[in-house]
Write a protein that binds this ligand. Structure first.
Ligand code: HEC
Length: 169
């Protein structure tokens, strides 16, 4: 008699657990791998990459390889809008180190050796645009490489802005 009850209880328990598992399984929020559609290789047309995704005749690699003296700004006209973008860029990406007065006295920069450069020095004002562009893009002894942080266009705008500062009186 006792044995019969134990078997019955055990059977009931197994039944309830089975039903619970089935309930969980039937309410799965996502498809089972074997139930979702299988796509064989090339069965669906591949997405075509947008032109320019993989640069092969331009881009950073080309800038990197070009001598700074030969690198020219693509900006045709340096107008107020360009200089304004350049100033914005300078204040966002350079001023911490090169200073609000462009003299290298930015707070963050004072922990570097050598110290950040004075942009109104004759040497920088005479330097090639490509030199400023490449230095800002790929870094120097201590200067950070900002090529992956600032767009190409904005970098040239910053170069134009720095050049517009002129030498310190
Ligand atoms: C984290 C600090 C830091 C930031 C931000 C920074 N620089 Fe510099 N920069 C330096 C230091 C330090 C040097 C001097 C050492 C060296 O050349 O590596 C320097 C040097 C330079 C030079 C070299 C000039 C020379 O002496 O020949 C140029 C050009 C320059 N920075 C441009 C920029 C521009 C443009 C930005 C903003 C887009 C910028 N830097 C942002 C720290 C910084």
């Amino acid at each position: 008699m006792k044995k019969g009850i134990i078997v019955l209880l055990l059977g009931g328990f197994v039944f309830v657990v089975y039903q619970a598992l089935m309930f969980y399984d039937n309410n799965f929020p996502y498809g089972r791998m074997r139930e979702t559609p299988a796509v064989r290789p090339y069965e669906k047309p591949l997405l075509v990459m947008e032109p320019g995704t993989v640069p092969f005749n331009g881009g950073e690699a080309l800038y990197r390889a070009t001598d700074p003296q030969d690198l020219e700004s693509p900006l045709k006209k340096i107008d107020a809008a360009v200089l304004d973008n350049g100033r914005q860029g300078y204040l966002t990406f350079c001023a911490q180190c090169h200073g609000p007065d462009y003299d290298g006295n930015g707070t963050v920069g004072q922990s570097f050796a050598p110290l950040p450069t004075d942009f109104k020095s004759p040497r920088i004002q005479k330097a090639a645009e490509g030199y400023l562009f490449k230095h800002m893009s790929y870094g120097g002894k201590r200067a950070p490489a900002l090529a992956t942080t600032i767009t190409v266009k904005r970098r040239w705008e910053i170069v134009a802005f720095i050049k517009s500062l002129g030498t310190r009186k």
